[in-house]
Design a protein around this ligand. Structure first.
Ligand SMILES: [Zn+2]
Length: 178
């Protein structure tokens, strides 16, 4: 059953992936990659067309982007950097971390649920839920944390339009202040 692969085949697999990406981005010719027309056509035909995003999916991406910018601007105004370790960071070095995961739409764009932190701390907190929870209790206060958890358990329908309007307005305010 066990197939032994030679390193050459391994590289070939990686190349295939890379070649496909280069074809998708129209860069295969630019880089003058060595392949026959036949190989090119074969690779091209094996690339699955990307599924078009629905309007709802597009809206969610827009909301995530706005939310992330708000949270990072907020972190800069609060501590000029990472809200967890306090180290100075630029907006590009900050990420938007979720305490209750993104899968929960009741709290995905809830500003209490989010922190502007650097990639290192982001990974640490995601890997250590207990530490994350203890930090959240300190960061937003245990009462707010309790309320956040309650909101996450809501059974109400999530009104994306309403949340998006709120995010838009908040972002405009944060950009003016920044
Ligand atoms: Zn940090």
């Amino acid at each position: 059953m066990r197939k032994t692969k030679t390193p050459r085949q391994k590289i070939r697999v990686n190349n295939r992936w890379l070649l496909k990406r280069l074809i998708v981005f129209g860069a295969a010719n630019t880089y003058g990659l060595k392949m026959t027309d036949e190989e090119y056509e074969l690779l091209k035909s094996s690339i699955k067309p990307r599924k078009k995003k629905t309007d709802r999916q597009k809206q969610i991406v827009r909301m995530d982007d706005m939310c992330s910018e708000i949270i990072r601007l907020r972190a800069l105004s609060r501590v000029s950097g990472c809200e967890y370790c306090g180290k100075p960071k630029t907006i590009k070095q900050l990420q938007c971390s979720h305490f209750i995961g993104r899968g929960n739409f009741h709290t995905r764009w809830d500003l209490d649920n989010l922190g502007g932190i650097d990639s290192h701390c982001h990974m640490d907190l995601d890997e250590n839920p207990e530490i994350h929870e203890a930090w959240m209790a300190k960061h937003i206060g245990s009462k707010s944390l309790d309320n956040l958890v309650t909101r996450s358990r809501s059974t109400d329908k999530v009104d994306l339009d309403k949340i998006e309007a709120f995010l838009k307005e908040s972002l405009e305010r944060w950009r003016l202040e920044g």
